[in-house]
Design a protein around this ligand. Structure first.
Ligand code: PAF
Length: 284
């Protein structure tokens, strides 16, 4: 497995792959790898001859300085897992490599509407940071495919949008959420939960499933009351719900009276840790 810390080095590696007529899939990550990421790697290996994983804790997408400071960094273990998973190359730049002029002077990618609605409204600047770094990674690695997990549902929609708008040729591969046996979606943030919080955390998914069943058949007019009742139920379990919204699964519009497929997007605090999850529901 080749490891590159500089942009020129990863470019040289990629040029080598392309000279051998190999296709390339990129798996962008912020490290602290878990089964969710390794599933993305497996999916990437199905699509392309060579898999490149990037590990970069992107300061531009953190809306809270505290989150950036405490984000788990486990590079040595990450590299071991990627070696075992037969990844071909890893790109691990520093913030200085990615943003040599600092964040203030960096050109950025702004995706209208999607970047500032839903999760974007709660985390100002977050999606601008995601779109900018992913666009830079696409320009650096020039992948044929890039794999993203659907746990970050709005992130995937936003990336598909700017890829289309900016005529980027990389194909976006969407990978279903990977869950622990108890239903909790894999996330690097789970490592920050204490033991008591970790035992409560799966209840978020349980409530999401119950809500999914209810809204399959419910008339649209009843949905706001059902949402309120679910927020109460979630908060009684020990969470503090940050947002619970149901939107069209394709457009992410809150107008769902004619939507067959909707997605429930939820974010909730457990202590200081903000968990997110989602569920796509086909309505009858
Ligand atoms: O989903 C993530 O881990 C990050 O948002 C991403 C896509 C690697 C960009 O920093």
């Amino acid at each position: 497995m080749k490891i590159a810390r500089e942009i020129n080095d990863i470019r040289e590696i990629v040029v080598g792959f392309k000279h051998e007529n190999q296709t390339i899939a990129l798996v962008p990550t912020m490290g602290n790898l878990h089964l969710g990421h390794l599933t993305l790697v497996k999916e990437a290996q199905k699509h392309a001859d060579k898999v490149v994983v990037s590990i970069f804790v992107n300061p531009m997408q953190f809306d809270r300085a505290e989150d950036l400071k405490t984000y788990p960094r486990t590079l040595e273990n990450d590299l071991k897992l990627l070696e075992e998973a037969n990844v071909d190359a890893v790109f691990t730049p520093t913030p200085e490599v990615m943003y040599p002029q600092g964040l203030g002077l960096q050109t950025y990618v702004e995706v209208p509407d999607l970047a500032n609605s839903l999760e974007g409204a709660l985390r100002p600047g977050h999606f601008r940071g995601v779109a900018t770094v992913v666009c830079k990674l696409f320009n650096i690695v020039q992948p044929d495919y890039a794999c993203f997990g659907l746990k970050d549902y709005q992130q995937v929609a936003l990336i598909k949008e700017f890829v289309k708008d900016l005529n980027i040729q990389t194909k976006i591969v969407e990978v279903p959420i990977v869950r622990h046996e108890d239903g909790l979606a894999y996330s690097s943030r789970n490592n920050l939960l204490n033991q008591a919080e970790r035992s409560i955390a799966p209840r978020l998914h349980a409530e999401l499933m119950k809500l999914g069943e209810l809204i399959k058949q419910a008339p649209t007019a009843e949905i706001p009351n059902i949402i309120d009742a679910t927020i109460n139920a979630i908060d009684l379990k020990g969470f503090k719900t940050d947002d619970l919204t149901i939107v069209d699964a394709d457009t992410l519009s809150p107008e769902i009276s004619h939507s067959r497929r909707v997605v429930i997007l939820i974010s909730a605090y457990l202590g200081k840790i903000r968990l997110i999850d989602n569920l796509v529901v086909e309505r009858c």
